[in-house]
Design a protein around this ligand. Structure first.
Ligand code: NAG
Ligand code: NAG
Length: 364
C-alpha cells in the first residue's frame, strides 16, 4: 500500500517534472536573449466593421461583419482569436466589445508580454452584467488575489468601451469612460506589476468544456452546452496608443523591469502625454474573484506557445483532468486535449506504482 503510494508519488513527480520543463513562450527573455519585439510606436485605430486588418494574425476563423470581428464557439475545440503583430510598451488600449453569451463561454481581451506580464479583461457567458479584470507579472500565479469583478449592464447584448491605460506608475481599467480599477506598483503583488512590451490578443474559448478541470468549469460558470450555441463575441473597434516610440523593443537584461527595456530608434515613454489618464485614486474594489488559471482562453494559442500541461493550482482537480495540451492543429482550430492523453497519466502512474512495488521489496 505504502509502496504503491510511493510509486504514484514518483510517477506524479516525474510527470510534473516533464510538464514544467516546457517553455511557456517561444522565447522567454528572462531566460535567454530573444529577438526584439516589433513596436507599434504610435497611435493606431482599427475598425473591424470594414474587415480584417493585416496588423493582426488570426488563429481559428474569426469572421467580419457590420458588428466588427466575430469570434465564435460552435463546437468543442473552437477558440478563435486575433493577436497584434506589434507590441506596445506602456499605452492605452480601447476595445469596443460585445461579449458572448453561453454558460461556460469566456470572452477575453488580453495584453500579454513575452515574459508573461498580463493585463486582462474577461467576460463570462453566464453573466450579462459583469466583467472581470486581472493582471499577472512574469507569469507568477500566487497569491491568487488578483482578479476583480466590475458591473457592466447588458455586456452580452450591447457594445461597451473597455479601456486599459497603462504606465509605469499606474494601470487603470475603465468601462465606458468610468474608472473601475487602479493598480500601482505598490498595490500590485510584489514584483508583479506588468511592465514589459505587450501584444493585444482578443478571442473566445469554452472554459466550460467538459474536458476541462472542474475548477476551470466552475470558474467559467458551468459546463458549456454546445448544442445550444453557437456563441459569438464581437469587437467593433480597437484604438491603441503606444506610449513608447521606435521600431522595436528589447530586453537589455533578464530582470523583466521596465527600466531594462530599450527602444530601437525611439524612446521608452517617448509618446506619453495628451491622452494618458491623469493620476487616479483607486475606487474600492467591491468584489474580488479567484481566477483559477493564469492562461485562460487567448493564452491557448498557436504553435509558438505551449500551454503548461498541468496546473496544480486549479482547485478540485486531479492532474489527470488537465493532462492534454491544447494543441494547434494547423487547420485553424485549437484542439482540446485528446482522449488518449487524458488516459495516459493514470496508466503511467499505475505502471510506476507496479514497478516500485516490485523493485523496492527486492532492494530491501
Ligand atoms: C443543450 O441544449 C439543447 C438545445 O437547446 C437542449 O435541447 C438540451 O436540453 C441542452 N442540454 C442540457 C444538458 O441542458
Ligand atoms: C537590469 O537593468 C535595469 C535598468 O538598467 C537595472 O536597474 C537592473 O539593475 C538590471 N538588472 C540586472 C539583474 O542586471
Amino acid at each position: 500500500m505504502q509502496i504503491s503510494r510511493l510509486g504514484a508519488v514518483l510517477g506524479l513527480f516525474s510527470y510534473f517534472g516533464l510538464a514544467t520543463a516546457q517553455t511557456y513562450t517561444s522565447c522567454d527573455p528572462l531566460d535567454k536573449t530573444c529577438p526584439a519585439d516589433t513596436a507599434l510606436g504610435k497611435s493606431a485605430s482599427y475598425d473591424f466593421t470594414s474587415g480584417s486588418s493585416s496588423a493582426f494574425e488570426a488563429t481559428g476563423t474569426p469572421t467580419y461583419s457590420d458588428d466588427g470581428v466575430a469570434f465564435t464557439v460552435a463546437k468543442e475545440g473552437d477558440a478563435p482569436l486575433i493577436q497584434s503583430k506589434w507590441y506596445i510598451m506602456f499605452g492605452r488600449v480601447e476595445y469596443v466589445i460585445k461579449a458572448a453569451p453561453g454558460t461556460g463561454i469566456v470572452s477575453s481581451a488580453v495584453l500579454q508580454s513575452d515574459d508573461l506580464d498580463e493585463i486582462d479583461l474577461e467576460w463570462l457567458g453566464g453573466n450579462d452584467n459583469e466583467v472581470q479584470s486581472n493582471y499577472f507579472g512574469k507569469g507568477e500565479t500566487t497569491p491568487d488575489n488578483r482578479g476583480a469583478t466590475h458591473s457592466v449592464a447588458n455586456c452580452h447584448d450591447e457594445f461597451h468601451t473597455y479601456t486599459v491605460d497603462w504606465t509605469s506608475e499606474q494601470l487603470v481599467w475603465q468601462i465606458d469612460g468610468k474608472t473601475v480599477r487602479v493598480l500601482t506598483p505598490e498595490t500590485a503583488n510584489a514584483n508583479q506589476y506588468p511592465q514589459t512590451p505587450m501584444v493585444v490578443k482578443v478571442g473566445i474559448w469554452a472554459g466550460g468544456d467538459p474536458n476541462n478541470a472542474q475548477g476551470t468549469i466552475d470558474w467559467a460558470g458551468g459546463e458549456t452546452n454546445y448544442s445550444a450555441g453557437p456563441y459569438t463575441m464581437y469587437m467593433k473597434s480597437l484604438e491603441v496608443t503606444d506610449y513608447s516610440t521606435g521600431s522595436s523593443y528589447s530586453y537589455s537584461n533578464k530582470s523583466g523591469l521596465w527600466e531594462s527595456i530599450t527602444s530601437d530608434g525611439g524612446k521608452i515613454n517617448g509618446n506619453i502625454g495628451a491622452d494618458t489618464i491623469s493620476s487616479q485614486s483607486a475606487p474600492t474594489i467591491t468584489a474580488t474573484v479567484s481566477i483559477p488559471i493564469p492562461w485562460p482562453g487567448t493564452h491557448r494559442e498557436t504553435s509558438s506557445y505551449v500551454t503548461p500541461d498541468v496546473w496544480p493550482w486549479v482547485t478540485g482537480t486531479g492532474a489527470a483532468a488537465y493532462t492534454g495540451t491544447w494543441s494547434y492543429s494547423g487547420s485553424g482550430q485549437i484542439q482540446p486535449p485528446s482522449a488518449a492523453s487524458v488516459i495516459f497519466l493514470p496508466v503511467y502512474i499505475s505502471l510506476l506504482a507496479v514497478c516500485a512495488g516490485f523493485i523496492i521489496p527486492l532492494r530491501l
